[in-house]
Design a protein around this ligand. Structure first.
Ligand code: ADP
Ligand code: MG
Length: 450
């Protein structure tokens, strides 16, 4: 009977995703049997399991519930081994939400919204996200005590959502009695609109106000939406006054959210504001290694370096590149990823993002490093500190760009090419013996290549 339902499930999935994707992802699966309400499915490797979890889980869960009843869940087993150690079957369909009698699930939420992959354990900490990571850990350990609200901001793909999920998992494990809610600000908005239409605004408020921890992702989307801001303002106050934890993320700091009401802006600034900066080269490499380890593929250093040195600002792109490589490899039955393969498979990605180092970027980096203004750097001031910084910048410009000596001179406030050459030679000589300078230059170079 189970077999038949499984075939049924497969044919529905094939209908909805088409034969090509179906063949890649679903044909290799094998039905192992059911245990209670749990459907055990064998997948060939961890990569497939991860891919299925990320891309087809909602569809699979939905379909299986339709076919086998609302309690049905799915479990993947890698390689069909007996449950043991690392390969223990991992339930990827989260437990059903608590029954309405004890605690009503949030509007729109069907099951635990936390992605099993997005944990603190899987988060790589580097200089750009250290503060945000520490703040999130503190909140997970002492909700509503450490930082409230906690406001995280940073560009796309830098780990904001990952950190929110990590808080969710951590609290789930250590204090299962606390009610944690994670919503995108779009869901908050949609729930509100639905509630307004159904004349259930009171219920809406009551639901949101029962949480111990409310996390709203991408709060920037409520800026400019008056009614949502109004409602959120009251929710915020209620939670805050009742010592509940609030965590928000945004793509920019509160002061740059131009259409945000002032009273909300000031509340966002009450607690802790932590930013996420793009990861440096080392962190990017570490993220790739961690991910490769997770997928159980061998990632040679030169391939990791190739990807990490080209894809700089968005971790999602890094992961995308690795996924693409692994998928390509596994379709070809290849055991290892080679640099040659990486160059072919990732050609488009790599070409689009060749790091461009310009004299201007060098000047910015040097100014930041030596804490000088650009004006001073390109001036004629000769105090020792300024002169050294200027010479280092000229040295780097000569080393790292294709600009000619006169060109470089011009960009330093119209200096002569002999000045540039002199600076270059002096620093080159110094670097050979001065280890501190060596370190500083290495730092600058890695920052520029990041
Ligand atoms: P954001 O919400 O800031 O746009 P996400 O949290 O969705 O970014 O992160 C994008 C992807 O990059 C996710 O798959 C996430 O797991 C991964 N990621 C981001 N930062 C890190 C990190 N420091 N360590 C490991 N994975 C990361
Ligand atoms: Mg996000």
């Amino acid at each position: 009977m189970g077999e038949e339902l499984w075939r049924n499930l497969l044919s529905r999935i094939e209908e909805s995703i088409g034969p090509a994707k179906f063949a890649t992802w679903f044909e290799p699966l094998k039905y192992l049997g059911t245990q209670g309400q749990c459907w055990r499915i064998q997948v060939p490797n961890r990569f497939t399991r991860e891919w299925l979890s990320e891309h087809y889980l909602p569809l699979m869960s939905h379909t299986i519930r339709q076919l086998a009843g609302p309690e049905a869940t799915i479990e993947f087993e890698v390689g069909g081994q007996e449950p043991r150690g690392k390969e223990r079957p991992e339930s990827i369909v989260p437990a059903p939400p608590p029954t309405p009698e004890t605690s009503p699930p949030p509007p729109g939420a069907e099951a635990s919204p936390f992605n099993p992959r997005l944990t603190f354990e899987n988060f790589v900490v580097g200089p750009g996200n250290q503060l945000a990571h520490a703040a999130c850990l503190a909140v997970a350990q002492r909700p509503a005590e450490a930082y409230n609200p906690l406001f995280l901001y940073g560009g796309v793909g830098l780990g904001k959502t990952h950190l929110l999920h990590s808080i969710g998992h951590s609290i789930h494990e250590t204090r299962p009695n606390l009610r944690v809610s994670y919503v995108s600000s779009e869901n908050f908005l949609n729930d509100l609109v639905d509630a307004i239409q159904a004349h259930e605004v009171v219920e809406f408020r009551n639901t949101y106000r029962t949480y111990d921890i409310l996390m709203i992702d991408d709060i920037q989307f409520i800026a400019g939406k008056e009614r949502t801001q109004e409602e959120f303002f009251h929710t915020f106050n209620d939670l805050y006054n009742n010592l509940r934890q609030i965590v928000l993320t945004s793509d920019r700091p509160p002061k740059e959210m131009s259409t945000l009401e002032d009273r909300l802006r000031s509340r966002f600034e009450w607690g802790m504001i932590a930013d996420l900066q793009p990861p440096d080269l080392e962190t990017r490499l570490a993220i790739l290694r961690k991910k490769a380890e997770f997928l159980e593929v061998h990632l040679p250093d030169e391939v990791g370096y190739l990807i990490a040195s080209h894809l700089r600002a968005d971790v999602r792109k890094l992961e995308g590149a690795l996924n693409k490589l692994v998928l390509h490899g596994s379709l070809l039955g290849a055991r290892t990823i080679t640099e040659e393969m990486a160059r072919v498979v990732l050609r488009d990605m790599l070409e689009r993002s060749e790091p461009v180092i310009t004299v201007e970027r060098i000047q910015e980096a040097v100014c930041a490093h030596f804490k000088l203004s650009r004006e001073l750097l390109t001036s004629n001031k000769r105090s020792k500190e300024v002169a050294t910084a200027r010479q280092v910048a000229m040295y780097l410009a000569r080393e790292l760009t294709k600009s000619s000596l006169p060109d470089i001179g011009r960009q330093f406030g119209g200096k002569d090419h002999t000045t540039v050459l002199h600076a270059y030679e002096k620093i080159k000589r110094l670097v050979a013996s001065d280890t501190q300078l060596q370190g500083e230059i290495a730092q600058l170079v890695s920052r520029l290549q990041a």
